[in-house]
Write a protein that binds this ligand. Structure first.
Ligand code: PRP
Length: 209
């Protein structure tokens, strides 16, 4: 049996549909109730819904053999796990955003609000730009509007949130998409099952693009 941590929400549902098409369905999971664990012994899978940012914790600690996590979370937390497959869904980008008329004054420390201090810190370290990182947990777009920061580093998908708050993308940091990740010990002991699932899921990814 493979234990798979799915991120609760739209992305998780999309990836479950791919897993189902790949031969790993779980009819119980499709019923609208509040249970969090579902299994299909015939397909050899047990799924559970977890908060998206917690997926890597379950996989890293071996509570799940496999999981679906965004590249943003992998870059931010550097968990010790194997990244097996780019699922080419949940596609967005990490970007620097701010007011359209923003001009960087390199004489001053740049104040950067973000949910992703490591990604933002690495990005600016690579440019030798001195920054003050302000860690927030959500509604990041407010920070430059209220003068809490000069710019933000955040996920941009459609760009609507930025546009509706009078902000614009200033620079792209990196592309982001969902990845299939594995616990290294699980990979060692369940190599065949995991490779088979990753292979079939990879075929679904290729069909989808
Ligand atoms: C992300 C991000 C932006 C928004 C971007 O937030 O922080 O606010 O999505 O999407 P858009 O470009 O399509 O408008 P999310 O929905 O993940 O919520 P969160 O802030 O609670 O993490």
């Amino acid at each position: 049996m493979l234990d798979i941590a799915l991120p609760k929400g739209r992305l998780g549902e999309r990836v479950y549909a791919m897993l189902k098409a790949a031969g790993y369905p779980c009819p119980a999971l499709e019923s609208p109730d509040r249970r969090l664990i579902f299994e299909n012994p015939e397909a050899g899978v047990r799924y559970f819904w977890v908060k998206p940012s917690d997926v890597t914790i379950y996989v890293e600690r071996g509570a799940a053999d496999l999981g679906i996590a965004g590249k943003d979370i992998l870059l931010e937390n550097s968990p010790e796990l194997y990244e097996l497959l780019d699922l080419k869904t949940g596609i967005c980008r990490m970007a620097v955003a701010g007011p359209a008329d923003f001009r960087d004054n390199r004489e001053k420390t740049l104040r950067v609000a973000t949910k992703f201090p490591k990604i933002a810190g690495d990005f600016y370290a690579g440019k030798s730009r001195a920054v003050e990182l302000i860690k927030l947990n959500g509604s990041i777009e407010l920070a430059p509007i209220l003068g809490l920061s000069d710019v933000i580093v955040d996920i941009v998908e459609t760009g609507r949130t930025l546009a509706e708050n009078g902000l614009t993308v200033l620079e792209t940091v990196c592309p982001v998409s969902a990845r299939l990740v594995a616990n290294p010990t699980s990979y060692r002991f369940k190599t065949e099952e995991i490779r088979r699932l990753a292979g079939r899921l990879g075929e679904e990814v290729d069909h989808a693009v």
